[in-house]
Design a protein around this ligand. Sequence first.
Ligand SMILES: C[S@@+](CC[C@H](N)C(=O)[O-])C[C@H]1O[C@@H](n2cnc3c(N)ncnc32)[C@H](O)[C@@H]1O
Length: 409
Amino acid sequence: MIVDSQDYNSNLPQPDEIALKLSESLQEKIRLAITESGGSISFEQYMQMALYEPGLGYYSAGSSKFGEQGDFVTAPEISPLFSRCIARQCQQVLSEISSSKSSCSILEFGPGTGTMAIDIMLELARNNTLPETYYLLEPSADLRQRQQSNIKNTIPQLEERFVWLDRLPEERIRGVILANEVIDAMPVKRIVIDSDIQEYAVSCDFGAKGETRFQWLKTDIDQDLKSELQELQEMFDTLREPLATPYITEINCNIKPWVNSLSDVLDEGLILISDYGYPRQEYFHPQRHAGTLICHYRHQVHDDPFLYPGLQDITASVEFTTVAEAAVDAGLHVSGFTTQAHFLIGCGLDQFVSEFESDDVAERSKMTQQVSKLIMPGEMGEKFKFIGLSKNLDNQLCGFSFIDQRSRL
Ligand SMILES: C[S@@+](CC[C@H](N)C(=O)[O-])C[C@H]1O[C@@H](n2cnc3c(N)ncnc32)[C@H](O)[C@@H]1O
């Protein structure tokens, strides 16, 4: 059965010629993959190609993405205070570890423009608690280049401590692993729960001018998901509020293997994951009957992932109970879960704000606005969460010391 997607073209800004050409090349590749697979591919594969197809996918090609000129703004780009708070948490863990052994490191997944890495290292340098190495693991060649030049231009004195990786290091590390807004950028499966569970695939046809048009296609769930079907069914049975069907939602099958791989590489320390999302009972809430999939294009949010493939971000909220369960299965300890506002306050945001000295009224008001964005409930304060997964740590983590909400998981 074909399901129509809405037409947003009329409301969104038009891309320029060059961008449209890139998008057309990507559409052609996706169309070919659909033909070779006999008429459809899973939405997960579509999202993988739309975001990460080498040279053409949204994160792989050269568009701005971040900041005012791009499509969205992330917390590290809003204010350096966000990264200074994370640095505080890193500092606490690094000091606990380095009191027993030497050589600590930080490993950041998906560092975007490198802004968070820069601000964390500046804060740690100020406090004389620099890690030996700051690893950056970035699948996008374009973003990696941007990180390298930003670091070189901003903190040349610390450049030697940064090491870029293509995959997780062979040797286990002691320290902190960071991932801010990374899980939401992982490809997801999209399913619909009705009398049974079906999966949304992607097919295509041609429009009036011969252009490729992608469409939703309901199919039987694919092999990967079949093995998890019973687990999924059991999970839905534990929900306090039964799902009103049909209920569309997303399943991120990458979370478990990813958390497992992080646990394997971490000898001692903390994995700190921050992203927008909910614990299971809230994620699968009747209100979210159309799923959590959204797209960002030039600071506008909509829900059509087939619009301008390669030119817009596609993302789904994180179901944090799955992250916690995957961690426990992988031998990690869930050491805290809380909202972004509570995490930043626990790390001393108030103190950073009170230390801010400037006679310039405009500067002070800019800082107040930035802090509001980070912590107000209607902005990022509540929707964004932090989860801490630790190995061989004894001390309570400062980020979760203000309010710890593990009982919500
Ligand atoms: C929304 S951006 C967030 C960037 C940055 N962390 C920030 O907060 O500004 C998502 C980032 O995650 C990266 N990413 C996605 N999947 C990844 C994976 N499996 N491993 C490492 N990075 C990944 C993307 O290339 C991109 O840099």
